[in-house]
Ligand binder design. Structure first.
Ligand SMILES: [Zn+2]
Length: 252
């Protein structure tokens, strides 16, 4: 079956193919990722996520469909867009004023490709594809501020594992094209950047994918039991108390 924009996210194709975000879910928590795939668990559809999707769908040229599919972005009684989505309109106007930003988003939109990593099928959907030249992904972020993680101040690229996602895109596309993120913030006055992810980093990330993908695939096939992280919302919601613990062992 050919993957199209309408069946790309179908349960059947999510079971058949890994996507970059699915792989990231498995890295976060195997049990949650599997429950999500089986339709037993759904992550919260937050306003923050929807604002990002609003901008995505505009760039993609599908904003009208997005508005039909997400009536909750409008005020009741035909009162127009809610404030968060009016701000999304402002973000769009801001990026349209920057010619370099728009240039990086001027490739073919939402290009779907499939391939394999370590013999495991993957699907990718590229935001802006300039064949033979570059792969660019649009990211709408809360801010560009770095955050502390394990004693290091990391960028949003590492925090959300976009470097890892893009290593999958590059591998599946197959021509080692340069990788860019066209990033804009949701701040009152949006900040924007075109970010390159260097090949050394992509190589390191692809090794991480190769190291884990067979186990994750075995979990999807039901051959291996998924591990629980015991700290995500899914694990908390399915936790069953079996023992009493000491006060010294509570929390991280
Ligand atoms: Zn978990």
């Amino acid at each position: 079956m050919t993957l199209t924009n309408s069946n790309y996210f179908s349960q059947e194709n999510n079971m058949k193919f890994f996507s970059a975000s699915q792989f990231k879910s498995f890295l976060d928590c195997e049990s949650m990722a599997l429950a999500e795939l089986k339709g037993e668990y759904q992550r919260e559809k937050t306003t923050a996520l929807l604002v990002g999707s609003y901008v995505d769908s505009y760039i993609e040229g599908t904003l009208d469909d997005f508005k039909l599919e997400n009536p909750e972005i409008f005020l009741k009684n035909g009162g127009g867009l809610k404030a968060d989505y009016k701000h999304a309109e402002y973000i769009i106007q801001r990026i349209e004023r920057d010619s370099l930003f728009m240039q990086f988003l001027s490739g073919q939109k939402q290009v779907i490709k499939t391939g394999e990593i370590e013999g495991v099928p993957f699907k990718i959907k590229i935001d802006s594809y300039s064949e033979g030249k570059a792969i660019t992904d649009l990211k709408v972020m809360r801010s560009f501020d770095r955050e502390w993680q394990d004693g290091l101040k990391i960028s949003f690229v590492e925090k959300w594992k976009y470097d890892l996602a893009m290593s999958i895109y590059q591998e599946i596309e197959g021509n080692k094209l340069p990788i860019f993120l066209a990033a804009v913030t949701k701040e009152k006055e949006p900040d924007l950047a075109i970010i390159n992810i260097p090949q050394e980093r992509l190589d390191v990330c692809l090794d991480i994918v190769k190291k884990h993908v067979k186990r994750f695939d075995d979990i999807k096939k039901g051959l291996v039991e998924p591990k629980r992280c015991e700290s995500c919302d899914f694990c908390k919601s399915t936790k069953k108390l079996t023992q009493i613990i000491s006060y010294e062992d509570i929390g991280e």
